[in-house]
Write a protein that binds this ligand. Sequence first.
Ligand code: HEM
Ligand SMILES: *[C@@H]1O[C@H](CO)[C@@H](O)[C@H](O)[C@H]1NC(C)=O
Ligand SMILES: *[C@@H]1O[C@H](CO)[C@@H](O)[C@H](O)[C@H]1NC(C)=O
Ligand SMILES: *[C@@H]1O[C@H](CO)[C@@H](O)[C@H](O)[C@H]1NC(C)=O
Length: 527
Amino acid sequence: MRCDSHLIPPQPPLPPAYNKPPDPRRHKPSAAPTTSSTMYALLPLLPFLLLVLYLLPRRPYLRGPPLLSVLLPGPVRTFHANPNRLTECLSAISRTHGEVFALWLGLSRVVFTTDPADMVHMSSDTRLFPRAPRMRAIFELAVPGGIFAMSHEQHRVVRAALHRNFNHSMLRGFHPAMKRAVDTLCEALRRAAAAGKPVDISTLLSSTTFMIILNVAFGGDFSPADCLKFAADIDILSEELMLEYVQYWVRAAFEWAGSRARLFACKKRIYAMCNQFVQRRLAETRADKEARAPDMLDTILSLDQVPEHELASLIVEFAIAGSYTTSQTMTWSLYETCCVPRAREAVHEELARKFGGKGADEMLSFEEVDTLEYVRNVWKESTRLHPISPLLERVVTEDVTLKGTGVRLPKGTILYGNIKRMQTHPGIWSKADEFRPERWGRRGIEAERVPFGAYAAFALGKIKCVGRFLADYEGPLIIAELHRRFKFQLACEKDEVVNRSNFVDLPRYLNKSTGQEEGIPMYVELR
Ligand code: HEM
Ligand SMILES: *[C@@H]1O[C@H](CO)[C@@H](O)[C@H](O)[C@H]1NC(C)=O
Ligand SMILES: *[C@@H]1O[C@H](CO)[C@@H](O)[C@H](O)[C@H]1NC(C)=O
Ligand SMILES: *[C@@H]1O[C@H](CO)[C@@H](O)[C@H](O)[C@H]1NC(C)=O
């Protein structure tokens, strides 16, 4: 679809720079009483003025739900009332308004696109399309000075430095710690199988990925209980980030009244733990260092571009970005293999064919994980159908015409790439809503043809996920290890599993008898 004539009105000015010291003028006593009393007198007229503004004829518009749709029943009102249904509502709006539409968020009009070529364009240039100010402000609150909030120049330098040693060649060294995490997970599942009771698989997998990230990446030696405690804090942080996302200004205005108390308390606990890793590592002797494989912490500590007091922020970010994402995707993957017997049987077939003779206590080696084909496709298909990070949020720093849809965006426009909708779009994918790992091809079988950019679960371009090589190893490894040893069955109805936007998108089990949302319950049997 091309719509060159479409224009959206100029955006209101961007929020004040969050990383500059506060401007003392802004904290002066409030304006003279005369001004404010005139303002109060005008207040009853405000709805009327807004209505007039809204009805005035305007320049050609990018289409989208009108400002007042927040008052009418429908997806716009739904996600305002329930932020955790954001992704689902945006897909619904996209179904009515097309590949590219504008939406009022508060009083600013933002643009959403689901076009693959737009997605490639907005990922190609971090100077023209940096992360949006509010997203960065939120990260600046939670993880000041980290990679999510860095200026575009610093980001470029840090990414280049990271890639020099944080890459695929590190994985082999992770094997012992991966094995410890897998053993702990399987032990818990064996107990559940013996008891014949359902387990909360979301929580178990979450604890596993935390164990991996803490032990593998940070050389920690953490007990499962410690990992669970850390996981619980990351859950809280994630919830708080989602609240910040939808209520940023309200929370900023009421910070004095404790609107951010829970966020800050949780942040304090997480930083205390991460600072421990740093201190322990800084105190390490040369001999100790040579005796172990290099890890993520070595890489982070070697970044001389990052001031020392901000190193902990990077660690927190890697711990958040590297655990929750992966465990939730694994949960989706297990859920799908429960719902789609054909996929589960194909997984079992591949595992039996390749590793039939291998003992259940032996973990697959690095090379063996590399030979997996179908299981890797299961993993990739899970990230397609359930992208954990469903939206990319960028700001346009100059007037620009999107290369896919041809929409012109004035400088300052907030642009969202709706990955979830793009990756489940029936115009792009055959049987888009179905879980079909075989669409990714196998040796001798060609993959489905889709436009470049149509798969972007790990984002694209310069801000794409730095940890993809780890996730793409860890995911298939754990899926394979679980399916080699156990049979899983959902302990609830398929449609009781819902999507929730909690900063990342996660699967939740909605218990209808209590109205509570819980982790996904599954029965486990030994194979
Ligand atoms: C299934 C697993 C994962 C998915 C789907 C995923 C997805 C993503 C996406 C979409 C982004 C871009 C976000 C944006 O630009 O707004 C991102 C960034 C990032 N991811 Fe991942 N990720 C996964 C696992 C991991 C792992 C295992 C790690 C770390 C070891 C990690 C570390 C990061 C970091 C540090 C960034 C920020 C990159 C930057 O700003 O330059 N992720 N990830
Ligand atoms: C999740 O959301 C999509 C649309 O965004 C919907 O089609 C799907 O049925 C939802 N539920 C699950 C379990 O995937
Ligand atoms: C990957 O990292 C290793 C160290 O972990 C380094 O020796 C190697 O040069 C890196 N590879 C690339 C392509 O940067
Ligand atoms: C749903 O909640 C009820 C009441 O607490 C509980 O008895 C039941 O086991 C829960 N269902 C599942 C599948 O966990």
